[in-house]
Design a protein around this ligand. Structure first.
Ligand code: HEM
Length: 473
């Protein structure tokens, strides 16, 4: 029997506040007790803050869909991110946030996905080529490969430049330096100290943020000039920069565009990289499913219309996003007293929404910890998802890049699986931890082997190739 995919060991049921904070600082996932995988709601009280973690679908609907305005993001969440992201759509609330979404959303609408497809394909081909010299040799560190590929997708779709472009490469490097100086998942979002506690950023954090924003400002200025002289390519940046707010008629100022590009890069590349890394690991440890997915990849026509045929590959991504949601928890704040499940909550209570617990919740999912992409073809699996699945959040604040990310995952996986077979390294089991996104504590290493059958496939026709892959060769 295939062992269950790795899951962090939960902490003991009762621990002191200081022990909890210590565990929390090391890793949010293993700092939680196992009862959260069964609870409808759980409350944490400390001298400084009060928070509730909510798994009840009715309460999730209330917070995210029915009255999102009464549960904004707290200013503290943004504290660590503000030097880099300024007033980006990820951090704003109220009227400013609404205006920003009115400008951004049309660029990501389902109908526009087709416009980004060629750039995604080019990034997928480049990812396949980057693996070529490593395949067949020592185990490959998968997370840097996934991160590189996802960053490449963002630069190609936003600015029509590959990751090798000077500014793109410098931005990518600077983001990594920034993350080392400032862990971007800000603990202050969850562990609120007293109000007077200052949130200072180190000089290094401010310097790396300034450097990244300078590089992005340069890209934005060059694009503004190209739009003005009519030579701009029809990519995401051009679409967003030329879309006026339908209410005020104003476009983003250059400064605001820098804020948005910073969040597209951050939200768009870290998350997709996390999802790709875990999906490859899950496929490596489930060779029969990988063989079926590879057969689907080989049958892929390679054009946009063929994407809908990648059903199993999409279900593998959905299942990986269920087991390892890249954004494991989100935090909102009450602006007035509330009653949740007969419990009174004062103003400024932290409301924690946890895809991590919801997606593995024992009341909602059959075999919650198992990797079973076929559950997505069964009614019972789809019913579970309607109640307890939100890797992209939900409601008006849902991730605008959700459709984009699903298409990107399918394109990258199809290209990689058609060319390589992925296998686990004996005894090398990744440990999931929550950094900015859910990553492996010590990396994910896999054996990558070229599918030699591809050569004979080209010579002898697609069917013999598909058959050998179905047989798991
Ligand atoms: C697997 C990939 C992705 C996952 C799992 C993901 C997940 C999420 C989640 C859970 C949120 C809500 C966070 C919160 O409310 O605190 C979010 C917001 C956001 N995401 Fe994504 N995302 C992904 C890819 C992308 C991509 C590719 C882009 C853009 C290129 C993007 C852009 C954004 C933006 C701008 C927001 C802020 C929206 C708002 O607050 O109104 N994401 N994402």
């Amino acid at each position: 029997m295939t062992p269950l995919p790795p899951k962090p060991v939960a902490r003991a049921a009762r621990v002191s506040l200081w022990r909890h904070l210590k565990l929390f600082r090391a890793d949010i996932l293993s700092a939680q007790p196992a009862r959260l995988y069964r609870a409808w709601m759980a409350e944490f009280r400390t001298p400084f803050f009060r928070s509730v973690l909510v798994n009840d679908p009715a309460l999730l609907r209330l917070v995210l869909r029915k009255r999102p305005g009464d549960f904004p993001k707290s200013g503290r969440i943004g504290a660590g991110l503000r030097p880099l992201l300024g007033a980006s759509v990820f951090l704003t609330n109220g009227a400013t946030w609404k205006r920003q979404r009115r400008i951004i959303d049309p660029a990501f609408e389902g109908g526009r996905l087709k416009d980004s497809f060629a750039a995604m394909r080019a990034a997928a081909d480049a990812a396949v080529a980057r693996l070529a010299p490593l395949a067949g040799g020592a185990p490959v560190e998968i997370e840097p490969q996934a991160s590189h590929a996802a960053a490449d997708v963002i630069f190609r779709t936003l600015f029509s430049i590959p990751i090798e472009h000077d500014t793109a490469a410098a931005t990518y490097r600077a983001f990594h330096a920034h993350q080392r100086s400032q862990p971007l998942l800000n603990l202050a979002a969850f562990v609120r100290g007293p109000r007077w506690m200052p949130r200072l950023h180190s000089r290094e954090t401010r310097a790396t943020a300034r450097r990244i924003r300078g590089l992005i400002a340069d890209l934005v200025a060059r694009r503004a000039a190209a739009i003005a002289d009519g030579s701009a390519p029809p990519d995401l940046a051009t679409r967003i920069m030329t879309t006026p707010d339908p209410e005020s008629g104003a476009c983003f100022s250059p400064e605001e565009m820098v804020d948005q590009v910073a969040i597209f890069f951050l939200a768009g590349h870290e998350t997709s990289a996390s999802s790709l890394g875990w999906t490859l690991y899950l496929l490596a440890t489930h060779p029969e499913i990988q063989a079926r997915a590879a057969a689907e990849a080989l049958a892929f026509s390679g054009d946009f219309s063929g994407l809908s045929g990648l059903k199993l590959i999409r279900d593998c991504t959905r299942e990986a996003l269920r087991l390892y949601p890249p954004v494991p928890m989100m935090v909102r704040e009450t602006v007035a007293p509330e009653r949740f499940r007969d419990r009174g909550l004062p103003r400024r209570t932290q409301v924690v929404l946890s895809p991590w617990h919801l997606h593995r919740h024992e009341r909602f999912w059959d075999a919650p910890d198992a990797f079973d992409p076929d559950r997505w073809s069964r009614e019972e699996g789809r019913a579970s998802a309607r109640r307890a699945y939100m890797p992209f959040s939900a409601g008006p604040r849902v991730c605008p890049g959700a459709g984009f990310a699903m298409a990107e995952a399918a394109v990258l996986l199809a290209a990689l699986l058609a060319r390589y077979r992925f296998a686990p390294v004996e005894g090398d089991v990744p440990v999931p931890v929550a950094h900015l996104t859910v990553r492996s504590k010590n990396g994910i290493r896999l054996r990558v082997t070229p599918r030699e059958q591809l050569k004979s496939c080209k010579i002898s026709g697609a069917n013999s190739c598909k058959n050998s892959i179905r047989a798991g060769v």
